[in-house]
Design a protein around this ligand. Structure first.
Ligand SMILES: Nc1ncnc2c1ncn2[C@@H]1O[C@H](COP(=O)(O)OP(=O)(O)OP(=O)(O)O)[C@@H](O)[C@H]1O
Length: 453
C-alpha cells in the first residue's frame, strides 16, 4: 500500500485530505510544518509527498530542497493557490512531479496521485531514471504551429539540427524547451543514438559530478559500485542539460573540459575517457547576469541560441494546442469533450498563461476530467482562474472619470511596459533594466510586485 506524506498547515483541510486518501486505500502521515515534514522524511519511507506551497515556517520547496540535498527522490505534488501557479511551475523545475491548484478537486487529486505513483508521464523524473519519451517529440504527436514565431522556431531547429553545434535554448518555464531539444536530436545525424536528458535543478551538489561523469567504486561514501555517467550513456548521441544554471562552479569547470577536450574523468578515476556527445542546454535565467555562471562555458554551450516563445507570443497557435491537449486528455481519461463553451474560450483568451504549454495542458486535462458531456463549461475550470480574469477587469479599469484611481492605472501601465520591454530584450533582465533606465534590483523588485517571472 502506498505511503503518502501530507505536509499541510491548515489542520481542517489536512484532516479532510487525510480522510479522503485513507478511504481510497492509502496510508497517510500528516505533518503541519516544513520542519516536521523534513524530519519525517529522515525516518520513514514514503512513496509520495503532497506538499502545501505556503507553510507556516517556510514553503513546500524547502522540503524538496532538503530531499535534493539528501540525494533522495520521492515524487512530490505541490498544492498551490491559483495565484502561485508561476511558483508552482518553478517547483516542477526543482524536482516536483506535478502541481495541483487549490481548492483541490477530489477527482483531480486522485488522478494526479495515481499518475505520480505509477510514474506515469512525470513532468520531472529522478535524474537516475531515464526520462520517458514525452509527447511533443514525435512530429505526428505534437503541435508545430503556424504563427510567425512558430515558423521561425522550426526554421532555426532544422537549420542547426544537422550541424554538431552546441545549442542553448532559452525560454520561460513550460514553453517547450525540451521539445525543441528532442526535435534537434531527431533531425540530426545522431538520431539513432541515445538522447539523454537531465534536469540539473534536481542534482545535489555532491552527486552532480558522479551523475554526469560517473564514478569508480569506493571513491566516496556511498559509491558502492562503479557508475557510468550520463556523458557515457549519451555516447554518440545528445545530452540535454536542462536548467544548466543550477550546476555548481566545480561541475562547470569539468563540463567545460568535456566540451573542449572531449574527455571526461569519472570521480575517483585517474584515467580520462574520450566522449563524443553533442550538448544541448536550456535555461530560463539570464546566465551571465546571474554572476554564477562561467563566461567561457557560456560561450562554449552557446554556439547557437534558440529562444522559445511564450504562449502569449504565439497566440496564432493557441487553438491548435487546445485541440491537441483536449484530444490527448479525452484519450487518456476516456472522455468525449468535443467543444468548449464560449465562456471557457473567453477566459482562455483573456488569461496570460504564465506557465505556458505546461499550464495549458494541466488546465485542459483537469477540465476534460471534470466534463462528463461533449461540452466543457466554465465549472470545469479552476474557480480562481475564472475569478482572476473577472478580477483583472476590476483592478485594471479603463481610465475614466468614474474610475479615477490613478495608482491602479499607473501600476497597470507600468506592468505592461515592463512586460513589453522584457519581451523586446528577449528576457535579458540586465538589458531590460538598461532600457527602462532603472537598476537590475529595482527591476527584480517590480517584477516580483507585478508577478512577472
Ligand atoms: N510542440 C508541442 N506540441 C505538443 N506538446 C508540447 C509541445 N511542446 C511542449 N509540449 C508539452 O508541454 C509541456 C512542457 O514542455 P517542456 O517540458 O518541453 O517545456 P520546458 O520549457 O522544457 O519546461 P521547463 O522550463 O520546466 O524545463 C510538456 O508536457 C510537453 O509535452
Amino acid at each position: 500500500m502506498a505511503n503518502i506524506l501530507l505536509v499541510e498547515d491548515d489542520t481542517t483541510f489536512a484532516a479532510i485530505l487525510e480522510n479522503f486518501l485513507k478511504k481510497k486505500g492509502f496510508d497517510v502521515s500528516v505533518k503541519y510544518s516544513v520542519k516536521s515534514g523534513i524530519e519525517a522524511l529522515k525516518h520513514e519511507t514514503f512513496h509520495l509527498i503532497l506538499l502545501d506551497y505556503r507553510l507556516g515556517d517556510g514553503i513546500g520547496l524547502d522540503v524538496l530542497e532538503a530531499l535534493r540535498v539528501q540525494g533522495k527522490y520521492v515524487p512530490s505534488i505541490i498544492m498551490t493557490s491559483f495565484n502561485d501557479v508561476r511558483t508552482a511551475v518553478k517547483a516542477i523545475r526543482q524536482g516536483a512531479f506535478d502541481y495541483i491548484t487549490k481548492p483541490v478537486n477530489p477527482d483531480e487529486l486522485l488522478m494526479v496521485v495515481n499518475e505520480a505513483l505509477e510514474g506515469k508521464s512525470p513532468q520531472r523524473a529522478h535524474p537516475s531514471y531515464p526520462r520517458p519519451n514525452k509527447e511533443g517529440t514525435d512530429p505526428t504527436d505534437s503541435v508545430q504551429g503556424t504563427s510567425a514565431a512558430a515558423r521561425k522556431l522550426h526554421e532555426y531547429i532544422s537549420l542547426v539540427a544537422p550541424t554538431n553545434m552546441s545549442v542553448l535554448i532559452r525560454g520561460e518555464s513550460g514553453t517547450g524547451k525540451e521539445y525543441v531539444a528532442r526535435s534537434i536530436h531527431r533531425l540530426s545525424t545522431r538520431t539513432n543514438a541515445p538522447f539523454v536528458s537531465i534536469d540539473c535543478g534536481t542534482l545535489s551538489k555532491e552527486l552532480a559530478s558522479s551523475e554526469l561523469f560517473g564514478h569508480i567504486k569506493g571513491s566516496f561514501t556511498g559509491a558502492l559500485n562503479d557508475k557510468t555517467g550520463l556523458f557515457v550513456e549519451a555516447s554518440g548521441g545528445t545530452l540535454f542539460l536542462d536548467e544548466i544554471g543550477n550546476l555548481s562552479y566545480d561541475v562547470q569547470v569539468k563540463l567545460l573540459r568535456a566540451l573542449q577536450e572531449k574527455v571526461i574523468q569519472p570521480v575517483g578515476a585517474n584515467k580520462t575517457i574520450s566522449v563524443d556527445v553533442r550538448v544541448i542546454a536550456a535555461t530560463n535565467e539570464d546566465l551571465l547576469g546571474s554572476g554564477k555562471f562561467r563566461e567561457d562555458l557560456y560561450h562554449r554551450i552557446n554556439e547557437f541560441e534558440i529562444v522559445v516563445p511564450g504562449l502569449r507570443e504565439r497566440r496564432g497557435d493557441f487553438q491548435q494546442f487546445v485541440d491537441f491537449f483536449v484530444k490527448k486528455a479525452n484519450d487518456e481519461l476516456g472522455r468525449d469533450v468535443r467543444e468548449l463553451a464560449d465562456e471557457v474560450k473567453d477566459i482562455f483568451d483573456a488569461y496570460d498563461w504564465p506557465g505556458n504549454l505546461r499550464e495549458l495542458k494541466n488546465v485542459i486535462k483537469r477540465m476534460v476530467l471534470l466534463s462528463r458531456g461533449h461540452t466543457a463549461d466554465i465549472s470545469a475550470l479552476p474557480q480562481e482562474m475564472v475569478f482572476a480574469i473577472k478580477h483583472q477587469g476590476a483592478t485594471e479599469p479603463a481610465p475614466s472619470a468614474d474610475n479615477p484611481d490613478l495608482r491602479l492605472h499607473s501600476e497597470a501601465h507600468e506592468r505592461k511596459l515592463i512586460l513589453d520591454v522584457l519581451q523586446k530584450a528577449k528576457y535579458n533582465k540586465s538589458k531590460a533594466a538598461q532600457m527602462l533606465n532603472i537598476d537590475r534590483k529595482t527591476l527584480y523588485n517590480k517584477m516580483e510586485k507585478y508577478g512577472i517571472e
